[in-house]
Design a protein around this ligand. Structure first.
Ligand SMILES: [Zn+2]
Length: 318
């Protein structure tokens, strides 16, 4: 039997919709449509529904929706988007279920990414998994016994906002010293600009930015680190240590079989990952779980939305 799914990803910068057919444990993604996210919720929904008409004209069994922002613990309501206005307390699951006349699963994008990687990506075959994506922010999701662990208020597994240094840099959440305040792309870039503006004269990083320190971004830091630049290496090591401390806290609490890392910053490689592994080893109880690289890339939330939708209709619940 083939389960036919329509899946949506409402991201902060990009909207995506596709068809995923699930058959004998395989998931095939087809007819992927993407567009830049409009600046308000109504336009985002209208554009997504329009794209969906190009994706599926056939019968569908269920819909899976990944949302780039907090979703309530019941998976019914979008709480807010930090990128797009007008999503506050929006009952997205009901709207989608009414629109398509089939059950709908709704989950946060980091949780969706975690479930996607667990079901059809790097964590295939594992029932307990920690997934962390490091990019513009630090998102994370926990899969326990094959299900996403969302917590009572939908806030479980927010590893990006785990405080790892009391006097660390200010985070996007307003507190200080969160993992995200050290390890996200903007955090690394900000620390690099600070380093260049305060004394580091000869630097590959300064050259890469054409002498304009304001233009430095995390990609340039990763490149400069590959060239052996001291400042870049020290910044990635600092980011890696913070990430490793966060991973260690999650490992002590949940003892996952593996950690799956995704996102653009993780591509910085050993200058980031070696210090992360070292910090994890120092703090974990016993040998830490293996760190695996994510396999599904940007499509992970779509696959995770599909997995949640499959669970919904094969469990017989709505
Ligand atoms: Zn924070």
């Amino acid at each position: 039997m083939t389960i036919r799914l329509l899946v949506f990803d409402f991201g902060g910068t990009k909207l995506a919709t596709a068809r995923i057919d699930v058959r004998r444990g395989r998931a095939d993604l087809a007819a992927l449509h993407q567009a830049a996210t409009p600046d308000n919720a109504t336009a985002s929904r209208d554009l997504s529904w329009r794209m969906a008409t190009e994706v599926y004209r056939d019968t569908i069994d269920a819909v899976g929706v990944s949302f780039g922002g907090p979703v309530d613990g019941a998976g019914a309501t979008v709480q807010v988007s930090h990128h797009v206005g007008g999503w506050d307390n929006y009952p997205l699951r009901q709207e989608v279920a009414d629109r398509y006349g089939v059950p709908c699963a709704l989950l946060n994008d980091a949780n969706a990414g975690a479930l996607g990687e667990q079901r059809w990506g790097a964590g295939r075959g594992m029932s307990n998994l920690l997934y962390v994506t490091v990019g513009t922010g630090v998102g994370a999701g926990l899969v326990l016994r094959g299900q996403v662990h969302t917590g009572a208020r939908g806030l479980a597994g927010e590893l990006g906002h785990l405080v790892v240094a009391d006097d660390g840099p200010t985070c996007s959440c307003g507190r200080r010293g969160c993992v995200e305040a050290f390890a996200s792309g903007p955090a690394i870039a900000r620390a690099a600009r600070h380093g260049l503006d305060h004394g580091r004269q000869a630097s590959l990083l300064r050259t890469a930015a054409g002498g304009n320190t304001a233009a430095v971004d995390a990609r340039m830091v990763a490149e400069a680190a590959r060239g052996g630049d001291e400042l870049a290496l020290s910044l990635l090591a600092r980011a890696g240590r913070a990430l490793g401390r966060g991973l260690a806290a999650a490992v002590v609490l949940y003892d996952p079989q593996a950690i799956v890392l995704g996102g653009s910053i993780v591509k910085s490689g050993p200058p980031l990952l070696d210090p992360a592994r070292a910090a994890l080893r120092e703090r974990a109880l016993g040998p830490p779980p293996e760190i695996l690289m994510a396999k599904l890339g940007d499509a992970a939330p779509l696959y995770g939305a599909a997995a949640a939708a499959v669970d919904l209709i094969t469990d017989g619940s709505t």
